[in-house]
Ligand binder design. Structure first.
Ligand SMILES: Cc1cc2nc3c(=O)[nH]c(=O)nc-3n(C[C@H](O)[C@H](O)[C@H](O)COP(=O)(O)O)c2cc1C
Length: 209
């Protein structure tokens, strides 16, 4: 049985990123995979890379040696058969927790050697999910960049952008004049379910690879 790690980088349980990550995980399960799930905001505290270069020492080559709240997730990903990683867009990028995970996943795999590029022992497929206020199409370039990074050090990478999300159930208390709350609600009921279905199918494809 394939073991897929699913990571939700959003602090808001029950909201957009959590839901699309869960759908992708359900899709992977439907294809026979077993899911190990991590919600980054529920872990013990952790940081991004602290530049200790432990991952470049002979004894711990290719592995992050920092023993904080992220260590169990990094270990699980190292032995997984696939990775689902979902983040909200914060200020035009994945959020800080997601970025911390990416730093500590990928920097250890970079060799700093001319002859060999990566310390990765094997390649695994990856599914990246990004939710945002902006339309999904506005984040395609960003996600292409992450796809390139993951393909260089992990394996075949697919991504799905889920835009114009519903941010709160009731927009009334907020002075958010740039949003049409009714349109957002309608989109949530009509388009979002289709995006969830796409996440489910992408999860199933990932588990089938
Ligand atoms: C701190 C912060 C920064 C954000 N920056 C952006 C942004 O630059 N572009 C964008 O499209 N959405 C931005 N958003 C909106 C979220 O990406 C969007 O609502 C997302 O779906 C939230 O995910 P969640 O429902 O899982 O929390 C931001 C939200 C927060 C809280």
């Amino acid at each position: 049985m394939k073991n897929i790690v699913a990571v939700n980088a959003s602090p808001r349980m029950g909201w957009n990123t959590d839901i699309v990550v869960s759908e992708a995980a359900r899709g992977a399960e439907s294809a026979g995979a077993q899911i190990t799930r991590f919600d980054l905001y529920r872990l013990e505290s952790f940081t991004g890379c602290v530049s200790c270069f432990g991952c470049k020492r002979e004894k711990t080559l290719g592995k992050c040696v920092c023993r904080d709240g992220l260590a169990p997730a990094l270990e699980a990903i190292r032995s997984a058969d696939g990775l689902i990683l979902g983040s909200p867009n914060y200020l035009g990028d994945v959020n800080a927790q997601c970025r911390a995970l990416i730093e500590r996943l990928i920097f250890p795999l970079i060799t700093y050697k001319k002859e060999v590029r990566s310390y990765a022992e094997r390649r695994i497929p990856v599914l990246l999910l990004l939710t945002s206020n902006s339309p999904g199409a506005a984040n395609v370039e960003l996600m292409r960049r992450y796809k390139g990074l993951f393909e260089a050090f992990f394996g075949p990478t697919e991504f799905l952008t889920v835009g114009e999300t519903l941010q709160v159930n009731d927009y009334a208390p907020f002075a958010w004049t740039m949003f049409n709350a009714q349109e957002r609600q309608q989109r949530r009921e009509t388009v979002f379910p289709e995006e969830c279905r796409q996440a489910y199918e992408a999860g199933a494809r990932l588990a089938g690879e």
